[in-house]
Ligand binder design. Structure first.
Ligand code: AMP
Length: 376
């Protein structure tokens, strides 16, 4: 299977070639032709499957085929749960659209930064808008953008948007869109709430599943270390040092916990940085850049902040604490074991977390190997 069989234009194939991709991923093979026909799409896919190209490529093609009016109303709207993911989607749109003539205009808007520059950027009109729901509503309220010409709507990581409490905002946004449009929904997990949302939204969707529902990739080696709560930091330090881990993403359940752990790792001479909602966008961006470049060995993150982070070959993910919701476990460990490379997902589990561990195992449908390190 090659990209040239999917019905994409020469300009888009050129950009794909620039990216160095040779073979479309399973989700791309299925989603691209479906989206090109104008059908609605329901895709079970998490980050790392190539889903972003799976929707940005056919959107670029479809929009290039229809003409736009002079004031350039938004014709494709992509909603994402976090600023990081929004930024990454925006980068993909730019990258894949680079050889199109004329070029489509794309903008990304999210909260946590000043709204005025975003209003300015939207002024000349934009074809493709990627946004987090709250900031988009703010911009609509300020009359900075209108959605009455949207042809294609994407809900990216819909499960995560619902987990983050965006359902009301999403419903408000949906009410502003034209009835006649194409809808694409991506979600890693399918709760009752997601199913309810899709029922009212999608019309005879093409369904694409790249992995069994709520399953974890078989390229991820999962291990549980049973450990006393008080010994977790010492165990993590021990593992990083003795196993010589060079790039580790660690999840904690609180911002405070992320800060504390980061401090302790740095004291132990393991270069670490934290990213969470209380950090400025600049601090997050530089921590992530340092981590990608190998200058920061351990990145400590909360679930929300880590959403959408895309690191090509991340070898290790650690759950310093198990997440509150089991579906977050699937999201977290999906950061590793991507693109056919093996990854390890390590959970440090104390006695009081045993019930949470059982729930995780029930969700993924298998038992995770337990190991113990002497002294911990
Ligand atoms: P995504 O699931 O969209 O976050 O993409 C995960 C990663 O896979 C990104 O770094 C993409 O650049 C990369 N990627 C997407 N499509 C392909 C492909 N066909 N071949 C190789 N890498 C890809």
């Amino acid at each position: 299977m090659s990209f040239s069989n999917l019905g994409l234009s020469a300009e888009l194939l050129h950009a794909i070639q620039d990216s160095g991709y040779t073979t479309p991923t399973p989700i791309q093979q299925k989603a691209i032709p479906a989206v090109l026909t104008g059908r609605d799409l329901l895709a079970a896919a998490q980050t790392g499957t190539g889903k972003t190209a799976g929707f940005t490529l056919p959107i670029l093609q479809r929009l290039a085929q229809t003409s736009y009016s002079r004031n350039r109303p938004v014709r494709a709207l992509i909603l994402t749960p976090t600023r990081e993911l929004a930024a990454q989607v925006g980068e993909s749109v730019l990258k894949y659209g680079t050889h199109q003539q004329p070029r489509l205009k794309s903008e990304v808007v999210f909260g946590g930064v000043k709204i005025n520059p975003q209003m300015m950027r939207l002024r000349g009109g934009v074809d493709i808008l990627t946004a987090t729901p709250g900031r988009l509503l703010d911009l609509i309220n300020q009359n900075a953008v209108r959605l009455d010409k949207v042809e294609i709507l994407v809900l990216d990581e819909a499960d995560r948007m619902l987990d983050m409490g965006f359902i009301k905002d999403i419903r408000k946004i949906l009410a502003l869109l034209p009835k006649q449009r194409q809808n694409l929904l991506f979600s890693a997990t399918f709760s009752a709430e997601i199913r309810k949302l899709t029922e009212g939204l999608l019309i005879k969707p093409v369904t694409v599943e790249v992995a069994a529902e709520n399953a974890t990739a078989d390229t991820i080696d999962q291990i549980v270390y049973t450990v006393n709560k008080t010994a977790k930091t010492a165990l993590l330090t021990h593992l990083v040092k003795t196993k010589n881990w060079q790039q580790v993403l660690v999840f904690t359940s609180t911002k405070h916990g992320a800060n504390k752990l980061t401090e302790k790792l740095n004291t132990a001479e393991i270069k670490a940085a934290a990213i969470h909602g209380n950090k400025s966008q600049g601090a997050r961006t530089s921590a992530l850049a340092g981590f990608k470049a190998g200058e920061i060995r351990v990145l400590v993150a909360t679930d929300v902040a880590a959403r959408g982070i895309d690191i090509a070959h991340l070898p290790f993910v650690v759950n310093y604490e198990l997440p509150r919701s089991s579906s977050d476990y699937v999201h977290r460990i999906g950061r590793t074991g991507r693109a056919g490379k093996m990854g390890q997902a390590i959970s440090l589990v104390s006695q009081d977390e045993q019930p949470a561990l059982k729930l995780v195992e029930k969700l993924i449908g298998s038992k995770i190997n337990r190991e113990q390190i002497s002294g911990f």
